[in-house]
Design a protein around this ligand. Structure first.
Ligand code: FNR
Length: 364
């Protein structure tokens, strides 16, 4: 049977990946209320198509923070991708390059940032940063990302303390011993390098990440790096204002794939409220629950300039390595193009909030 959508890939991946590994990658925090909500909330937005608009040519080209792209669809940072398939981060980075979208590399990757840069030179790459207690280690990550040609630093703001995932408590997922956190090779790496000695990723993160970080650290990072800084994990207007005022060039509206605090809103619920207040001041981007072209279209219509997917690329990798990841991105890209044609939009700038309506509007 042909795999024709992300849901097909998800089902196939769930069959392929061993249970304790799958639980780490699939799960969300707490009772997983927000995990389901991220996906479900898209259904409450309806698309209002316009017709007779000459949709012969559709173009998804766009420019995000200086990166010239063929698509606004990109790959969100997810940890330890070689656990899923040996193609890992390089496979996903090349897949993003193939469709002309952004690839964001996680700090806790199983391939070093330099190796990814070397293997995917033509992909627009950003580096996701966790702030470690060891500040000189953090500084060196930023400098290495600059030197390797990454175009932005994505500082994850929602993970000073790791979320409680029941799946982690049950299965205590650990990095297999043949893999390592390869951004931490070498002398200075101390015990950040591997998860050996920690009972699971949660214990590793809580031991290594600096839990005392505040907006003063965003201020530090903005001054320290020559790259644009993007705050990932914004869910409120208040934090969006702070990100802007502390010098971030963009934000990613994100709830970390519902892996941090359960009961937070779906990201598509808060996106319009944030765009409303800072949409003209910064580049607003989005992730969480995106599984098809109509989801991307809705996020774009509500003001996002780029839209990232996390888990779908892991399912692509699990099924067929880099080729699977490429296919997942192509499927969602084609679905976005089709959605544009069927709703009367030809360019990115055509997709505005006039094309979507929340279901509450129909019950008035
Ligand atoms: C993540 N996410 C994440 N975010 C981050 O800033 N650094 C990281 O290392 C990780 N690691 C990670 C691992 C796994 C297994 C998942 C599922 C997620 C969050 C990620 O960047 C993104 O916000 C969500 O995955 C988006 O939601 P979807 O597309 O998975 O629904």
């Amino acid at each position: 049977m042909a795999l024709v959508c992300v849901e097909d890939y998800e089902k196939e991946a769930f069959r392929n990946i061993p249970k304790n590994t799958l639980e780490f990658y699939r799960s969300g925090a707490g009772s997983e209320f927000s995990l389901a909500l991220n996906v479900d909330a898209f259904k409450r937005w309806r698309i209002l198509p316009r017709f007779l608009r000459d949709v012969g040519g559709v173009n998804t080209a766009c420019s995000i923070l200086g990166c010239k792209l063929s698509t606004p669809i990109g790959v969100a940072p997810t940890a330890m991708q070689r656990v899923i398939h040996d193609d890992g981060e390089i496979g996903n980075a090349r897949a993003a390059g193939k469709v002309g979208g952004i690839f964001i590399l996680s700090t806790v990757s199983t391939t070093s940032l330099e190796e990814v840069a070397k293997a995917a030179p033509n992909t627009s790459k950003w580096f996701q940063l966790y702030i470690y207690k060891d500040r000189s280690l953090t500084e060196s990550l930023v400098r290495r990302a600059e030197n390797a040609g990454y175009k932005a630093i994505v500082m994850t703001i929602d993970c000073a303390h790791f979320g409680a995932r029941r799946a982690d408590a049950r299965y205590k997922f650990k990095l297999p011993s043949h893999l390592g956190l390869l951004n931490f090779q070498g002398d200075r790496a101390s015990n950040a390098k591997s998860m050996q000695g920690f009972s699971g990723i949660q214990e590793y993160a809580n031991a290594q990440y600096d839990q005392s970080i505040t907006w003063a650290d965003v201020d530090w990072l903005v001054k320290f790096t020559k790259l644009p800084v993007i705050a990932k994990g914004v869910l409120t207007r208040e934090d969006a204002f702070l990100a802007r005022d502390y010098g971030c060039k963009g934000i990613i509206v994100s709830n970390h794939g519902a892996r941090q605090l359960d009961s937070v809103p779906a990201t598509i619920e808060v996106l319009p409220t944030i765009v409303d207040v800072v949409g003209n001041d910064m580049t607003i981007m989005f992730d969480g629950g995106v599984r098809q072209g109509t989801d991307v279209f809705k996020a774009l219509a509500l003001g996002a300039k780029a839209v990232f997917m996390g888990r779908p690329l892991l399912w692509g990798l699990a099924v067929n390595g880099q080729k699977g990841a490429e296919h997942v991105l192509e499927l969602v890209q084609r679905d976005l193009e089709l959605t544009m044609k069927l709703s009367g939009c030809v360019n990115m700038s055509d997709i505005t909030k006039d094309y979507v309506a929340h279901e509450s509007q129909f019950s008035k």
